[in-house]
Design a protein around this ligand. Structure first.
Ligand code: F58
Length: 790
C-alpha cells in the first residue's frame, strides 16, 4: 500500500525506488519520485476500472492508431487526480518549484501532428467519460525528429525520449504475440518466412477526477532468437545479436512523412505489426470470457485511425476463418460488425495504397483475403466499379470502407466532401456508412492545465463544472459585457504574453513587446496550410511600414513553429524563407518597434501549451477544402485567440459557434477554389491585380532576404507566379484586408478583449468529450461505466 500522505509517498519513492537521499536528489530524481507517487494512485483507479469492465461484461472500444502524440503525462496526471496543491506544497517543502519539476519530463512525441494528437485527446476523454477502452499503437524508440535551424535551414536529429527511464509504462513480457512476414500462402493458411514478437508496454491513462483509467498499449519488436551463442563463441559478436537488432528495427522510429504516401516495406511491416498484435490481443481477451465468436460485434468496437491499421480487417478475418474455421463470409460479416474507419485527409497524395507485389511478398495470405473480400463486394454491386484493388495496387481507403460498419469524417465540411469526392461511388452504394464526428480537444490539457490564469478566472466566475462539461463556458457570455470582468480576462492574456516573452528571450534571445498583437501560426509545414501566404503578408506589411513608419500601425509579433517532413523540399524552403525574412525584418531599425518575426524551433505539444494561452490571433489559413478539420484552431479559440481563417475544416463550425463578428474570415470557399483553379494564368492575374502582393514577391525574387544568393527562392517564386495550386496569390488580397480588420479591432482593447472572451465562452462544443460521446452513441454502441452518483 502506498503511503496515504502524498508527501510521504514522494519521499518513499525517492528513497526506495530511486535510492536517493533528499539532500542529494536532482530535479530528475524528484520528477521520477513524483511520477511514481502519482502513478500509484492512477494504478488504483486503473485496476478498479478493469475489474468493473469485467464484472459488467461491457463492450470495449479499441482505438488503433499508428500515432499517439501524448506529450508530457505528469502534470496531466497530477491535475486529473486533484493532487496539484499537495504536490506543489510537498515540492516547495524541499525547495523545488513545481513547474521546474513537471517540465523536466521529455515529450512523448509518438506522432506527426493532428492525427496523433487527436488520438491522445481521445484517450483522455475516453477515460474521463468512463468508456472502457484500449489505445493500441507502436512504442517507437525514437519519436518525431528534433528540429533545429542552421543558417535558417531545418536540420533533423533523432529524438530520444527513452534515453531516460520512462516512469509511466509497465512492460508486459507475458503479453507477446508471434507475428509473421513473407513466405507462402495457400487457400486456407500461411507459412511465413520470418517471425517477430510484439511485446506490450502498458501506460494507464487517467481521466478527469481520477474516476476511471484506461490502457494505452504500445507494441515493441522483439526477436524470436535474440542471442546466437554459437556465433558469439565463434567470435562473431555483432552477428550474434543481429536478430534482436533486426526485430527492434520494426518499432525503432516514427516515419516523419505527413504529406505523401510512404510506400516502404518497413512502413507496411510497422502497420501489420501493431495491427495484428492488437487483433490477437483483442481476440485473446474476448475468448477468455466468451465462447461464441458471433458475439464479437456486441463486445468489441475497433476504430481504425485512418488507414494505417487497415490491415487489422484482413487479419481479423484470417484469424476467424483460417485459424478458427469460421465460414469466410461469416468472418467478413463479423469483422464488418466490429470495424470502423476514420478518414483524416482528402489529399490524394496522402491516401495510402500499396504496390501489390510488395504487399503480396510481405503478406501473401492477406492479399488473397483482400481479393476475396473485394470480389464478393464487386459481385454484390455489379453496376458500380469500385474496388480496393486495381492498377496493381492495394487501396487501403477502399478496403477500410468496405470492411467498416461506419466511416467518419472529422468536420462537417470534410465529411460532405468525402461523400462527393474520394468516396463518391462507395457512398452511393452504402449511403448509411459515412457519418460526421467533428473533432474536439481535451479541455483539461488545453485550457485548465495550460492556462491556469484563465482557468482560475472561469472557475471564479462560474464554478468548476466546466472542466468536465465544457459547454458550461456559455454561462460566461453575460460577463463579457461587464467591464471589470473583461479587464480581468484581458489581464490574464497580458500575463501569459509576458511569460511567453520572457521565455522567448531566455531560450532564443529575441525581445518581444507584450503589448503587440501576438499573431501565431503553429502546425506542420505544408503548402496547403500556406505558411507562405502568412510570410508574404508579413513582408508586404514590413514594406508598407517602412514607407510610412510614423503612420498609426498596430504592432505585431508574428510567431511561427512547426516541422517539415525531411523529404518535403518545398516545405523546407518555406521555413528557410521565413527565417531569412525574420533576420532582415528584425534587424530593421525603422520597423523594430512595430514588427517582429520569429520561427521557434522544435515545435511540440509542450510548446503549443506555452504558445496558445499567450496568442492573440490564430492563423488558420489553409486553402479551402484541404484541411480536414484542424484541432489547433479549437485550442486557440478556447484560449481566447480569435481566428483569421478560411472556410475550411472545422473553421466553418468554429465561426458558426463563436459568431461571424468574432472571426476574421477571408478567402475563397471550397467551391470557388475549384473554379479559380480552372482559370488560365490565375496566379499571374492575381499578382498583376495587387501591387502589394507583386512588391512582396519581387522582394523575395530580388534576393532582399537572401543577399548574395538572389535565386535562393526561385522555386517558391516560380510556383507562386506559375501553377500556385494552393491559390496563395488569389487569396492574398482578401487575407491582407482581414489582417487590417484585425489591426483595427486590436487598437480598441475593450473590443478586442470582448471578441477574445466570446471565443472562449462559445467554443465549449469543441471538447473531445463531446466528440467521444458522439462516437460512443453513433459508431461504437459503447456505454459509460462511471458510477452515476460518484
Ligand atoms: C490531420 N491529419 C488533418 N495526418 O490534417 C487535420 O485536419 C485533422 O484535424 C487531424 O488530422 C485530426 O483529424 C494528420 O495529422 C497525419 O499526420 C498523417 C500521419 C501519417 C502519414 C500520413 C499523414
Amino acid at each position: 500500500m502506498p503511503p496515504k500522505d502524498f508527501r510521504d509517498a514522494i519521499v518513499t519513492h525517492l528513497t526506495y525506488s530511486l535510492g536517493k537521499d533528499p539532500d542529494h536528489a536532482t530535479v530528475f530524481d524528484w520528477r521520477m519520485a513524483l511520477s511514481f507517487a502519482v502513478r500509484d494512485r492512477i494504478v488504483d483507479a486503473w485496476m478498479a476500472s478493469t475489474r468493473r469492465t469485467y464484472a459488467k461484461d461491457a463492450k470495449r472500444v479499441y482505438y488503433l492508431s499508428m500515432e499517439f502524440l501524448i506529450g508530457r503525462l505528469l502534470e496531466d496526471g497530477v491535475i486529473n487526480l486533484g493532487l496539484e496543491d499537495e504536490a506543489r506544497r510537498a515540492l516547495e517543502g524541499f525547495g523545488l518549484n513545481f513547474t521546474d519539476v513537471v517540465t523536466d519530463e521529455p515529450d512523448a512525441a509518438l506522432g506527426n501532428g493532428g492525427l496523433g494528437r487527436l488520438a491522445a485527446c481521445f484517450m483522455e476523454s475516453l477515460s474521463s467519460l468512463g468508456c472502457p477502452a484500449f489505445g493500441y499503437g507502436i512504442r517507437y524508440e525514437h519519436g518525431l525528429f528534433r528540429q533545429s535551424f542552421e543558417n535558417g535551414r531545418q536540420m533533423e536529429a533523432p529524438e530520444t525520449w527513452l534515453q531516460q527511464p520512462h516512469p509511466w509504462e509497465f512492460e508486459r513480457p507475458e503479453a507477446r504475440f508471434l507475428l509473421g512476414f513473407g513466405g507462402t500462402a495457400t487457400a486456407t493458411g500461411w507459412t511465413p518466412a520470418e517471425t517477430v514478437y510484439a511485446e506490450a508496454y502498458d501506460t494507464p491513462i487517467v481521466g478527469w477526477q481520477g474516476r476511471w483509467a484506461n490502457t494505452l498499449r504500445l507494441w515493441s519488436g522483439r526477436a524470436v532468437d535474440p542471442f546466437n551463442l554459437e556465433k558469439f563463441n565463434a567470435g562473431e559478436f555483432t552477428a550474434a545479436t543481429e536478430g534482436e537488432a533486426l526485430a527492434r528495427t520494426i518499432s525503432r522510429v516514427l516515419y516523419p512523412e505527413d504529406s505523401t504516401e510512404i510506400g516502404k516495406a518497413l512502413r507496411i511491416k510497422q502497420e501489420y505489426f501493431f495491427s495484428a498484435a492488437s487483433v490477437h490481443d483483442i481476440l485473446r481477451r474476448f475468448e477468455a470470457e466468451h465462447a461464441d465468436l458471433g458475439l464479437l460485434p456486441s463486445k468489441v468496437a475497433i476504430q481504425l485511425n485512418d488507414t494505417h491499421p487497415a490491415i487489422a480487417g484482413p487479419e481479423l478475418i484470417r484469424l476467424l476463418h483460417d485459424a478458427r474455421g469460421m465460414d469466410f463470409d461469416e468472418a467478413v460479416r463479423i469483422a464488418q460488425g466490429c470495424l470502423n474507419y476514420t478518414n483524416h485527409t482528402l489529399l490524394p497524395e496522402a491516401l495510402e495504397s500499396w504496390d501489390e507485389t510488395l504487399f503480396g511478398e510481405l503478406l501473401p495470405r492477406h492479399l488473397q483475403i483482400i481479393d476475396r473480400v473485394d470480389a464478393a463486394h464487386a459481385k454484390a454491386h455489379p453496376k458500380r466499379k469500385v474496388s480496393a484493388r486495381g492498377d496493381g495496387r492495394v487501396k487501403m481507403g477502399e478496403l477500410s470502407f468496405i470492411l467498416a460498419n461506419r466511416v467518419n469524417g472529422v468536420s462537417a465540411l470534410h465529411t460532405g466532401l468525402m461523400k462527393t469526392t474520394v468516396f463518391k461511388d462507395l457512398n452511393s452504394l452504402h449511403p448509411e456508412k459515412i457519418i460526421n464526428e467533428t473533432n474536439g480537444v481535451t479541455p483539461r490539457r488545453w485550457l485548465h492545465n495550460c492556462n491556469p490564469g484563465l482557468s482560475a478566472l472561469i472557475t471564479d466566475t462560474i464554478g468548476d463544472g466546466w472542466i468536465g462539461d465544457l459547454e458550461q463556458l456559455e454561462i460566461l457570455v453575460p460577463h463579457v459585457d461587464d467591464a471589470g470582468w473583461l479587464e480581468r480576462y484581458a489581464a490574464v492574456k497580458t500575463a501569459n504574453k509576458a511569460a511567453l516573452s520572457d521565455w522567448v528571450m531566455d531560450a532564443h534571445g529575441l525581445k518581444l513587446d507584450p503589448q503587440a498583437m501576438f499573431d501565431v501560426q503553429i502546425k506542420r509545414i505544408h503548402e496547403y496550410k500556406r505558411q507562405h501566404l502568412n510570410i508574404l503578408e508579413t513582408i508586404a506589411l514590413w514594406q508598407e511600414m517602412k514607407d510610412t513608419p510614423n503612420a498609426d500601425w498596430t504592432p505585431r509579433v508574428k510567431l511561427f513553429a512547426g516541422k517539415a517532413a525531411p523529404g518535403y523540399f518545398f516545405a523546407k524552403e518555406i521555413i528557410h524563407l521565413i527565417n531569412d525574412a525574420a533576420a532582415v525584418i528584425n534587424a530593421d531599425k525603422t520597423t523594430n518597434d512595430k514588427l517582429k518575426v520569429a520561427f521557434l524551433p522544435n515545435y511540440n505539444v509542450s510548446m503549443a501549451e506555452r504558445l496558445i494561452p499567450a496568442s492573440d490571433l490564430s492563423e488558420q489559413i489553409s486553402t479551402a477544402g484541404k484541411e480536414a478539420s484542424g484541432t489547433g484552431n479549437m485550442k486557440f479559440a478556447l484560449n481566447g485567440a480569435p481566428t483569421v481563417g478560411t472556410l475550411d475544416g472545422a473553421n466553418v463550425e468554429i465561426r458558426e459557434r463563436v459568431g461571424a463578428e468574432n472571426f476574421f474570415l477571408f478567402g475563397m470557399t471550397a467551391d470557388e477554389v475549384e473554379a479559380r483553379r480552372a482559370i488560365k494564368n490565375h496566379a499571374a492575374k492575381a499578382v498583376a491585380a495587387d501591387p502589394r502582393l507583386k512588391r512582396a514577391i519581387d522582394a523575395v525574387a530580388k534576393g532582399v532576404f537572401s543577399p548574395g544568393e538572389k535565386a535562393r527562392y526561385k522555386g517558391i517564386v516560380d510556383n507562386l507566379t506559375g501553377p500556385d495550386y494552393f491559390l496563395v496569390t488569389s487569396d492574398f488580397t482578401d487575407y491582407w484586408r482581414a489582417q487590417r480588420d484585425a489591426d483595427a479591432v486590436f487598437t480598441d482593447t475593450a473590443a478586442w478583449s470582448k471578441m477574445a472572451a466570446m471565443n472562449t465562452a462559445l467554443s465549449g462544443w469543441f471538447s473531445s468529450d463531446r466528440t467521444i460521446r458522439g462516437y460512443m452513441a453513433d459508431i461504437w454502441g459503447a456505454e459509460s461505466l462511471l458510477e452515476k452518483d460518484a
